[in-house]
Design a protein around this ligand. Structure first.
Ligand SMILES: Cc1cc2nc3c(=O)[nH]c(=O)nc-3n(C[C@H](O)[C@H](O)[C@H](O)COP(=O)(O)OP(=O)(O)OC[C@H]3O[C@@H](n4cnc5c(N)ncnc54)[C@H](O)[C@@H]3O)c2cc1C
Length: 351
């Protein structure tokens, strides 16, 4: 176990923002993770679990407690069954499973961060979500002080949501298990029209699994959604806002607001999201409210490649990023009556 006092957290985040943690502990085995959590809990010290820091917005004041960085390793592939230690780099694991010809997570290529964080917000992209192939999560339960195995059916998965997100801090993920698909080297059915189009395939069709992965990486790179230290458009936490899911009354009010502001012929994107619920696009709302790509003149701006990513241009502070985020959220609410919710986890600060 490696311990540093008063350790800056900014270098551990993809936004490169945030002040120091009182204490930074790096744990390389499950036993070290559990020992560090127990120690913090016994002392009543606030605890922040840090994976790859790609979904964290940390206060400029930092974190008054122990930040525990999960650096465990372990990749085990047994036929289509995959077990990953929480500290494994997610995108590397995707590469290895695609190289093995397995399908199910190929469209989640290029997503930064650790395997252990993928169940937290049910990571998803380009028509796939981890919840569709995840079988169980092995975690340290801080309430019961025991290691538990939680089957997928008890993880409360929904769009960018889970039991772990609903009850933050209770479970420390140690391992994640998946059942991938062996489709003779073919991808899972393509669930995203843009990917299918790029591959010259029909939505729902299958292509060689590596081709699907490569198409996704190409699309992601064009949107600044693959990390590149040289490109400030990727100094982000990915999408800053989730796509709003509206009930029937809210959706009707939204359509009326769109007609008032943009004219009766304008139809916003909409997707069924369960009984009486409709999902619309946060990127569309932000763009149509006037916050276009590259918006902003300060050290924090909207990415030049993607309306949904708020970025650090190199010398921003968290306060700058949050000022921009509030401006966008409030502007969208004023224009369309829809309140956007942040996707990244805010630490010691609120939007
Ligand atoms: C350029 C870019 C593109 C992105 N694209 C996508 C995308 O397409 N789809 C998507 O869903 N997300 C995307 N993200 C967001 C992010 O990559 C994911 O949410 C990722 O799973 C976060 O992993 P992490 O290890 O970096 O978590 P962190 O940022 O370190 O932590 C995020 C949250 O998870 C908790 N946590 C982390 N590890 C554990 C653990 N082992 N046990 C318990 N809690 C834990 C943390 O305490 C925190 O609350 C993107 C981010 C960036 C920067």
């Amino acid at each position: 176990m490696h311990v540093i006092e008063n350790a800056p957290l900014a270098p551990l985040t993809t936004l490169r923002l945030g002040g120091p943690a009182e204490r930074l502990v790096t744990a390389a085995t499950d036993e070290e993770v559990i020992a560090a959590v127990r120690e913090a809990d016994d002392a009543g010290t606030p605890l922040l679990i840090v994976g790859g820091g790609s979904n964290l917005v940390v206060a400029d004041d930092g974190f008054p407690g122990t930040a525990l960085r999960i650096a465990t390793t372990g990749f085990r592939l047994d036929g289509p069954l995959l077990e990953l230690a929480a500290g494994e780099t997610w995108s590397d694991a995707v590469t290895r499973t695609v190289d093995a010809g397995l399908a199910g997570i190929e469209c989640l290529a290029g997503i930064p961060g650790s395997a252990g964080a993928t169940p937290i917000q049910n990571v998803g992209a380009y028509g796939q979500e981890v919840s569709s192939v995840l079988t169980e999560v092995v975690a340290w339960d801080r309430a019961d002080r025991t290691v538990c195995t939680i089957p997928a059916g008890e993880c409360g998965f929904a769009y960018r949501h889970s039991r772990f997100k609903a009850d933050p801090g209770r479970f420390v993920v140690l391992r994640v298990r998946f059942r991938l698909q062996d489709a003779a080297g073919l991808s899972a059915p393509l669930g995203y029209a843009e990917v299918a189009r790029l591959l010259g395939a029909e939505p729902g069709g299958r292509v060689p699994v590596a081709a699907a992965r490569d198409a996704v990486l190409k699309l992601r790179t064009g949107k600044g959604m693959v990390l590149d230290p040289e490109d400030h458009d990727t100094w982000s936490a990915g999408s800053f806002f989730t796509n709003p899911v509206l009930d029937d009354a809210e959706f009707a009010a939204f359509l009326a607001a769109v007609a008032r502001r943009l004219g009766p012929g304008v139809v916003p994107p909409s997707y069924p999201a369960g009984e009486g619920r409709t999902k619309t696009s946060a990127a569309w709302l932000i763009d149509r409210a006037g916050f276009t790509k590259g918006y902003g003149s300060g050290p924090a701006r909207i990415s030049g490649k993607h309306t949904l990513a708020l970025t650090n241009r190199g010398h921003a502070r968290t306060a700058d990023l949050l000022t921009l985020a509030r401006e966008v959220r409030d502007g969208v609410r004023e224009a369309f009556g829809v309140t956007l919710v942040n996707e990244p986890v805010t630490v010691n600060v609120t939007l």
